[in-house]
Design a protein around this ligand. Structure first.
Ligand code: ZN
Length: 316
């Protein structure tokens, strides 16, 4: 049986730190600013994408996953496991850390933990991101945090367009002003805010979750040695694997001409970061997000495009 592409309507999120590029460059909306996130592929209750056309038009992705698991290779995960979003940060984001599955299960009503990864679509010259910290022991981490020495604690790492960053649970992290990223993550929204640069929002600091943060943060932190990949200048017309971890596999595809692949995974999530072209003869362009279901067969992509593709792990 031939199966069709699942086309999705993205869910847009306004944030105080959001910019205007999701409007001006990606045309997710006609006007407005302060748009921080486009949840392109999500079945999370905080933003459940609607199926845009076809026999399931108007249904949500969570409904489709619940009722037509065969389209997702009959995987056993009780909830759709991944979430793909584009983030446009005009201002820097607060510095956060996520728990792992075990901690989230015990302390956050059975939620998933959060492992996430970023493909840096754009950033200013000389940009830095926050990843990890410099404390050597948990006592040092706790003492410095309680003394308010956050600027000394956090680790800043230079970042360029085309870099790729894996953020495992327990890693303190933040993107900074001017970064445009595509994030692929476990479908979770559990975040502990560690530090917000002392900023005030409507005259008050935003709530921090310091005690939870200090409990889940990895010590010592080696994320700058293990989590960064420079993915510039990749070969054209082949899938380049950015990461293969216990939650997801993610690839970059720089398409110039045509590319074919047999879709043998439970499903394949596809986001067009730039350019235009087609899949199976149907036009696609920058900003589109869609899913190739199980049993889709051979996917033929044509055009000049940069794409990020992902699926669940095949690690048993
Ligand atoms: Zn995060």
């Amino acid at each position: 049986m031939e199966r069709e592409v699942i086309w999705l309507k993205p869910v847009l999120k306004e944030n105080i730190w959001g910019g205007s590029r999701l409007v001006t460059e990606f045309h997710y909306r006609d006007e407005g600013s302060g748009l921080g996130e486009c949840w392109g592929i999500s079945a999370h209750p905080h933003g459940d994408c609607e199926i845009a056309e076809g026999p399931f038009q108007g249904k949500s992705l969570s409904w489709l996953y619940e009722n037509h698991r065969e389209l997702f290779g009959n995987i056993a995960d009780p909830k759709f496991p991944l979430l793909v979003k584009i983030i446009d940060a005009k201002d820097k984001l607060s510095i956060q850390v996520h728990p792992d599955d075990a901690y989230a299960m015990a302390h956050e009503n059975g939620s998933l933990g959060k492992t996430e990864c970023w493909y840096v679509m754009d950033c200013p010259e000389g940009a830095e991101l926050i990843i990890g910290h410099h404390a050597k022991t948990r006592k040092e981490l706790i003492d410095m945090a309680h003394a308010g020495k956050f600027e000394e604690l956090i680790r800043r790492v230079p970042v360029k367009r085309g870099d790729f960053v894996q953020i495992i649970p327990g890693t303190i992290h933040a993107i900074t002003a001017g970064m445009l990223i595509l994030e692929t993550q476990q479908s979770s929204d559990v975040t502990y805010r560690f530090y917000d640069y002392g900023r005030l929002v409507d005259g008050k600091p935003r709530q921090l979750h310091l005690e939870q943060s200090l409990e889940v943060t990895n010590v010592p932190d080696v994320s700058d040695q293990t989590g960064l990949l420079h993915a510039q200048g990749l070969p054209e017309n082949e899938l380049y694997k950015l990461i293969d971890c216990q939650f997801y596999r993610v690839w970059k595809l720089n398409l110039n001409g045509s590319f074919e692949t047999e879709q043998n995974d439970p499903f394949l999530l596809v986001s067009v970061l730039d350019g235009a072209g087609s899949i199976g003869g149907r036009a696609i362009k920058k900003g589109d997000h869609f899913i190739l279901p199980a049993g889709y067969g051979v996917a033929k992509l044509e055009g000049q495009m940069e794409l990020i593709l992902s699926t669940v792990s095949d690690q048993a």
